[in-house]
Design a protein around this ligand. Structure first.
Ligand code: AMP
Ligand code: ZN
Length: 475
């Protein structure tokens, strides 16, 4: 079996063949080259954005789990109208301003258990690569100048529009174009380079002082890091048009080779049926949720749990359900840790484990179907609980299951989440347990669950017995 991904460019689910040449096993392939559009750092990202970054993380983790190597870049857009406006409003340099939000962004990634990627290029450090692309496009007659800015001329590039299949109606209405760039010859054209005065943020180039358009930044960073066609390019569905369409036009126009083999687009996180977005104001920041006692671990679980090509409606109730699903996993760990029986292993268990991994791989190989993979995993949990109920499991078996959890968690990243609690913090743990008991007595079960979840995300799991609540370290 090989991994298949839906490709927005071809509208088909296609086998992933890193480097374009088929090999016998994942290890033989060159590293899978992935480029993910990253944040514009003018404020903290909201959890809608993080659904996108969590899927980037799931993709790379799953590829590694299946034996592929990855070479992954996610950029930081650190120059655009919003970052320039923000820094000038505060009277600080663009770099100082974007450094602040870049740091916030990386903190949030860490909080959500998102792995660092191999490259995090900043747009402002790739100006040389942008100059190269624009010079090549210019030689081919695809660029024109108007009032100090350079534009890509779409009428001279007949291959435009293959990714988004924008129909002519939309093109005529201009609804989805930058209609405030009045100088353009054609409403569809887009700015490659925006002229800037001597006192404005800008770089001196052979074609004058200015700053990059947004689209050229990503084309340049891909070229600078990977040098040729890449395997996978990802982003949220809102980037298909015009951003990714324009990236293709620039990169293929300049270098005459395919830009990307697989275009993968993550669906949106919604709130009350509408896309979560800064401009609508209907967003949650990660800290809005953690301050209310929800764990980053449950946010990770929730954002990842629905298929990436389906929209997900965010609700607090959804977070509670995530907490309760995580509670079931933690409960199993407690039970496994309690097993004291020596003796021969259970005869059924090895086949159950094999079945789990073969079903899980079949599910997730199929266009990253993590919701089905999660169902496979919970079926396995159910089976193991059944064995424990029948006292049919030894200590060696329990260790085997713990190893399964650790292995599958290299993909999920929400089972063994966060750091183990320091030994010395027993009073804090006991205090939390007492508060949880009080919450339960007051029938505030949501609060009780969120206390349990907070402990769990620090590596402490609880077991309710008839003699009271006991706690254990997860690993
Ligand atoms: P931005 O900082 O607005 O450029 O967005 C950064 C990334 O988050 C892009 O890949 C967007 O497609 C993605 N994104 C924005 N809003 C949402 C949302 N509500 N759900 C999922 N992804 C989103
Ligand atoms: Zn981009």
């Amino acid at each position: 079996m090989s991994i298949k991904l839906y490709n927005t460019l071809t509208c088909r689910t296609e086998e992933l063949i890193p480097g374009g040449e088929r090999m016998d096993s994942p290890e033989q392939y060159p590293p899978v080259t992935i480029y993910s559009c990253g944040p514009t750092v003018y404020g903290p990202a909201h959890i809608g954005n993080f659904r996108t970054y969590i899927f980037n993380d799931l993709l790379r983790r799953y590829l590694k789990f299946r034996g592929y190597r990855v070479n992954h870049a996610m950029n930081i857009t650190d120059v655009d109208d919003k970052t320039i406006a923000g820094s000038s409003k505060e009277g600080i340099s663009l770099r100082e301003y974007t450094d602040r939000y870049t740091a916030t962004f990386f903190d949030d990634l860490k909080t959500l258990g998102i792995e660092p990627v191999e490259h995090n290029p900043r747009a402002t450090e790739s100006i040389d690569a942008m100059i190269d692309i624009i010079a090549r496009l210019n030689k081919k007659g695809l660029v024109y100048e108007k009032e100090g800015s350079l534009y890509f001329s779409i009428s001279k590039y007949p291959r435009y529009g293959r990714l988004s299949r924008v129909d002519s109606r939309e093109i005529k209405s201009g609804l989805r174009y930058d209609t405030d760039e009045y100088e353009k010859d054609d409403i569809r054209d887009f700015a490659l380079w925006k002229g800037a005065g001597p006192d404005e943020v800008g770089w001196d180039t052979p074609f004058g002082r200015g700053r990059p358009g947004w689209h050229i930044e990503c084309s340049a960073m891909v070229r600078k890091i990977f040098g040729t066609t890449i395997d996978i390019h990802t982003g949220g569905v809102d980037l298909i048009f015009p951003h990714h369409e324009n990236e293709i036009a620039q990169s293929e126009g300049a270098y005459d080779e395919p830009f990307v083999r697989h275009w993968v687009h993550w669906e949106h996180l919604l709130v009350d049926g509408a896309k979560m977005s800064k401009s609508k104001g209907n967003f949650y920041l990660l800290r809005d949720l953690t301050e209310k006692g929800h764990s980053p671990r449950s946010v990770r679980y929730l954002l990842m749990s629905a298929h990436y090509r389906k929209q997900l409606n965010f609700t607090i109730e959804g977070l509670r359900q995530a907490e309760s699903a995580l509670g079931r996993i933690d409960n199993l760990i407690v039970r496994l840790k309690d097993i004291r029986r020596d003796g021969p292993g259970n005869a059924e268990l090895p086949a159950m484990i094999e079945d789990l991994f073969s079903r899980f791989c079949e599910s997730v190989d199929d266009d990253l179907n993590i919701s089905r993979g999660l169902a496979d995993f919970f079926d396995f949990l159910h089976g193991v609980n059944g064995l424990i109920d029948g006292d049919a499991i030894s200590m060696a078996d329990a260790n085997l299951v713990m190893d399964v959890l650790k292995r599958i968690d290299t993909v999920f990243g929400f089972i063994f989440f966060g750091e183990a609690a320091p030994e010395a913090d027993v009073p804090w743990i006991e205090d939390m347990i007492r508060r949880r008991q009080e919450a339960k007595k007051a029938r505030d079960f949501a609060r009780a669950d969120s206390i349990r979840e907070e402990l769990s995300s620090k590596g402490i799991i609880l077991e309710d017995t008839k003699d009271g609540t006991r706690w254990k370290q997860k690993t």
